[in-house]
Design a protein around this ligand. Structure first.
Ligand code: NI
Ligand code: MN
Length: 226
């Protein structure tokens, strides 16, 4: 499984069967190195409705003929716009041709700005992806929560964790999350996109190493084979 960080919380995941993009936010993303038009994928996985996670979902899904996988309300929203979708909800898993996706809890919100006011699009989620004998957890936007211990029981090859603070966990809570999740490797996300979420990911990786965890702070465009 090859993982390429595209900035903020966006990752391209290449498995033997499919190309997946998680939380596509390239248009208007100041740290992105690719444009939405550069993406080729079969599935678009969304953790929640916020624009910095779902912003490019519809144009990518429509251009690529990709299926949007998200919570039920987000799936219905994009289906009404003409996209192929597969709706799920936290705790539920589904066996896709490329592997299994299970949505997990996340403690956050899940609105989308439409016109002048937000509409609410179901529960925020994390994404547990199993493919090619590997298990990946994308935490979405979330606070720290004790049930991460249950998610860790899946045996995580890689965990993608927000460290930005302000809207999500910051570095201190993300270190506790590593204790709960025990991934083989973690990649920080949702930081340095804008000033309120400025963080030193290398310092976070060094602190994690002291606690016995492996963290790879990828720059946008860098890839990791897990
Ligand atoms: Ni959010
Ligand atoms: Mn966000």
């Amino acid at each position: 499984m090859k993982l390429t960080y595209l900035g903020h919380s966006c990752f391209l995941v290449e498995t033997s069967q499919a190309r997946l993009i998680i939380d596509p936010f390239l248009t208007g993303n100041p740290v992105a190195t690719l444009k939405a038009e550069d993406i080729a994928c079969d599935y678009v996985l969304l953790s929640h409705g916020h624009d910095d996670h779902s912003g490019d979902a519809l144009p990518i899904a429509q251009r690529c003929g990709a299926t949007i996988v998200a919570n039920f309300e987000i799936a219905e929203y994009f289906a009404a716009k003409g996209a192929k979708t597969h709706g799920m909800n936290p705790g539920g898993g589904y066996n896709f041709p490329f592997g299994r996706v299970k949505l997990t809890l996340a403690h956050h919100s899940s609105s989308l700005e439409v016109g002048l006011s937000p509409i609410y699009l179901g529960s925020p989620c994390g994404i547990l992806l199993q493919a090619d004998g590997r298990t990946l957890y994308h935490a979405g936007d979330t606070a720290l929560f004790l049930d991460m211990q249950l998610i860790g029981r899946a045996g995580l090859d890689v965990a993608l964790l927000p460290i930005g603070d302000n809207y999500t966990m910051g570095p201190d809570d993300a270190l506790l999350a590593l204790d709960f999740l025990k991934p083989k490797v973690a990649v920080p996300m949702h930081y340095n996109t804008w000033p309120p979420i400025a963080q030193d990911a290398d310092a976070f990786a060094a602190r994690a190493a002291t606690a016995g965890h492996t963290v790879r702070a990828l720059r946008a465009g860098q890839a990791l084979e897990v």
